[in-house]
Ligand binder design. Structure first.
Ligand code: PEP
Ligand code: MG
Length: 743
């Protein structure tokens, strides 16, 4: 049974086009259920259209249509539940369509096909004799319909793109605001290494193609490596230097050549060598060596891309591009020359995924969840990316371009206006001072002029430099990085978070395979299990902070008091070591924890006895309070920081901290959003940490609102039934105060 279900679903998913998918579906279902007729009706513009049949008159396909209010098929769609009738013709909703030839059928079983609450169509089986389909048959058809929903929807999406090749507007969700006009660069994901391999007689031509591809790769890698050198990003640079070495004649470069000399095409040679070495490294015992397989795959992909799509890599270096890809990774974003990456469009990903957070840190407009964009054939085409509205416009007309250019100038003028006030404190109209800090991860996003305007660095995500390495950075390397972070905010507090890997932040050199990574080996759990790594990191932070009084250390993902106690013991050990060995005058850093795991909301009294401050990680706190994966597009509409339950938790945390005299800040994305800031200020939060793109804007906003007005509307917000209503209430407040520009 399971196999039959899987076979049908897979056949539908793999079909060439929608029509063949539906034809396969009806014929395979008919035979699996040993019935005389199976048909599918697809909902198109509010009408159910007979789209494939095995048993009815095939000439009726596409011609028989009915609104949901008509016929038995309409009834199934309307009620969103199955209808199982021994004799359909006796039912008051039975409607005879003479063109389909169904007079002979009496037994009728139909189930709706539903994807994320939306009816896609109705699947029907029929039989001549008047008999009730069994419960088992009904259950089978329902299971099949549920499994099919995704495949049918995917096929429909493909068909829509094909039938409207000139579709010029795509929409998604805004992950980082802004408007930009540039050409698209589609990175279509992995090139299959095990695709058909070909032999050749023309060895010279293939060697020449390989040599050109290798040269182009070398140029790209050296340019990337130098760029990061220029910006003191040694950790990123080392990735590219390692790949460059692998291209040498004495390494993989030479292996590629030997394969061509043995008669393989250049593409086949690169694929064969990559596959061989990936396999070889994966079989090794040592996890570090196993991970070298990733470098070999990465390099193979680069060379193949040069062989298959040579212009693409040139584009990467020569002109600013909007990156269009399935799902952007942190490494992919970091790898781009930053001023050449002017926009990001992805088919997948969540608004609070780490790639989205990086996009905001770079100040690059990003729209995510744009369905069908990878099939739209837009590589190299001009795009307008209006991330303020979540829109992607393809090959816009000159008039549209000039309109958007004016919009971009207006936006720039606005940013300039915000920036002009950044040197003034964020104080509300009724004199409540709010301290604004910066969230950072890459050194290059800590431009000194930006850090100047902040009251300090409220969250330095140390895992980001770790993610860009090919091995754990040494203590000396870490000291160097942390010193630069402290330098970027001289005389002001800097909150450095200890390694928060796991979840959606993998380290290529510490692969973690888990069923449920967000509930697994993350953050402090991993650090406490690896004291040797944790101590190195703590020592590096303390070492870098010698002679300064800025360092605050923050522990991520804490879920119980024991973890705090253990971390305090390690911190003390590291402190004594550094004090004795390097800095005799070393001051003890302030220690804090992230409030991300809901249980700690109820233990703040005990937390306050142990640490100096806490910082609310609203991104994770939301995902754990709502039990919604922050990266999963299927449940993204449920991931809502404005859910009144979340807001009450935030208010409760603030009140408890006030009571226990425990300083509290917010460093999740909520603290960088206009409406989020209004609510947090209303709750009494006075320390907010946000990405650099939000800093000036939020400063400007705070200077124009009144704390007492906001506190007055807070209770109303907390009593509303959902996040949309909360947003609406605060939107009205902004409008009433002529602050619509923040919407
Ligand atoms: C958070 O969870 O809100 C947070 C700031 O941490 P991160 O986004 O890095 O998980
Ligand atoms: Mg977090």
């Amino acid at each position: 049974m399971l196999k039959t279900l899987r076979d049908i679903t897979q056949a539908v998913a793999a079909a060439e086009d929608l029509q063949s998918a539906l034809s396969l579906l009806v014929s395979q279902t008919k035979s699996a259920m040993e019935t005389q007729c199976c048909s599918i009706y697809i909902l198109e513009e509010q009408e159910l259209v007979l789209s494939a049949t095995d048993g009815l008159d095939p000439r009726a396909v596409g011609r028989v249509k009915m609104p949901m209010s008509q016929g038995l098929v309409g009834l199934v769609a309307e009620r969103e539940e199955p209808v199982n009738l021994a004799d359909a013709q006796q039912h008051p909703r039975f409607k005879l369509f003479t063109e389909v030839d169904e007079e002979d059928f009496r037994a009728f079983l139909a189930v709706p096909i539903i994807f994320q609450k939306l009816i896609l169509g109705v699947l029907v089986v029929q039989q001549a004799d008047a008999r009730q389909f069994s419960e088992a048959e009904e259950a089978f058809l329902m299971t099949l319909a549920a499994q099919l929903a995704v495949a049918v929807r995917e096929q429909r999406k493909k068909a829509e793109v094909k039938s409207a090749p000139d579709k010029c507007l795509y929409t998604g969700t805004s992950a980082a605001s802004g408007v930009v006009i540039a050409h698209a660069m589609v990175l279509g994901g992995e090139i299959a290494l095990d695709q058909q391999l070909h032999q050749t007689q023309d060895i010279e031509t293939e060697l020449q193609a390989l040599s050109q591809a290798l040269d182009a790769c070398r140029n790209t890698l050296s340019a990337l490596s130098q760029r990061f050198d220029g910006e003191n990003e040694k950790e990123v640079q080392s990735i590219f230097s390692a790949l460059l070495l692998l291209l040498d004649d004495t390494s993989l470069g030479g292996e590629y050549v030997r394969e061509i000399q043995a008669g393989w095409t250049a593409i086949s040679a690169v694929s064969r060598v990559s596959l061989r070495y990936i396999d070889h490294f994966l079989k090794m015992q040592d996890p570090y060596m196993q991970e070298r397989a990733t470098d070999i795959r990465d390099l193979g992909q680069r060379v193949l891309r040069e062989l298959i799509e040579p212009q693409k890599m040139q584009l990467e270096l020569d002109v600013p591009v909007i990156l269009v890809t399935k799902e952007a990774t942190a490494t992919m974003l970091a790898e781009f020359p930053q001023h050449k990456l002017v926009g990001i469009v992805t088919e997948q990903g969540g608004v609070n995924s780490h790639a989205a957070i990086l996009a905001r840190a770079f100040g690059v407009p990003a729209v995510i969840g744009v369905e069908g964009i990878l099939n739209a054939g837009i590589d190299g085409k001009q795009l307008i990316l209006n991330a303020n509205r979540g829109q992607v416009l393809i090959s816009p007309t000159p008039t549209l371009i000039s309109e958007y250019r004016s919009l971009i100038s207006a936006e720039k003028a606005l940013q300039k206006r915000y920036a002009a006030e950044l040197s003034q404190p964020a104080t509300t109209l009724d004199e409540r001072r709010i301290h604004l800090y910066l969230n950072a991860g890459l050194l290059s996003s800590l431009a000194s002029e930006i850090a100047e305007g902040a009251d300090g660095i409220g969250l330095y995500r140390t895992e980001i430099p770790f993610m860009l390495q090919t091995r754990f950075p040494s203590e000396a390397e870490q000291v160097e990085v942390y010193r630069q972070v402290l330098d970027a905010a001289v005389g002001r507090p800097v909150v450095m978070r200890t390694l928060d890997v796991g979840g959606d932040k993998p380290l290529s050199y510490l692969p973690i395979t888990e069923e449920n990574p967000f509930l697994g080996w993350r953050g402090i759990r991993l650090s406490l299990d690896h004291p040797e790594l944790f101590l190195v990191q703590l020592r590096a932070m303390l070492n870098a902070s010698g002679g300064r009084d800025q360092l605050h250390i923050l522990l991520p993902m804490v879920c119980c008091l024991d973890e705090i106690d253990q971390a305090i013991a390690y911190l003390e050990q590291a402190y004594l070591e550094v004090k004795q060995d390097v800095h005799p005058d070393l001051q003890r850093p302030k220690l804090g924890i992230m409030l991300e795991v809901p249980a700690l909301l109820f233990q703040l009294e005990e937390v306050a006895k142990r640490v100096d401050f806490i910082s609310v990680g609203s991104n994770d706190l939301t995902q754990y309070l709502l039990a919604v994966d922050r990266n999963n597009p299927r449940v993204s509409t449920l991931y809502d920081c404005y859910h009144p339950g979340i807001l009450r938790a935030l208010k409760q945390a603030r009140l408890a901290c006030k009571h226990y005299r425990l300083p509290i800040s917010v460093c999740g994305e909520l603290a960088g959003e206009a409406i989020g800031v209004l609510l947090l200020v209303a709750m009494g939060y006075t320390q907010l940490s946000m990405n650099q793109g939000s800093l000036a804007k939020i400063n400007y906003l705070i200077r124009r609102v009144s704390y007492s007005d906001l506190s007055a509307i807070l209770n109303e917000a907390l009593s509303l039934s959902n996040g949309a209503e909360v947003r609406q209430l605060l939107t009205q407040y902004l409008k009433d105060n002529e602050l619509d520009e923040f919407l």
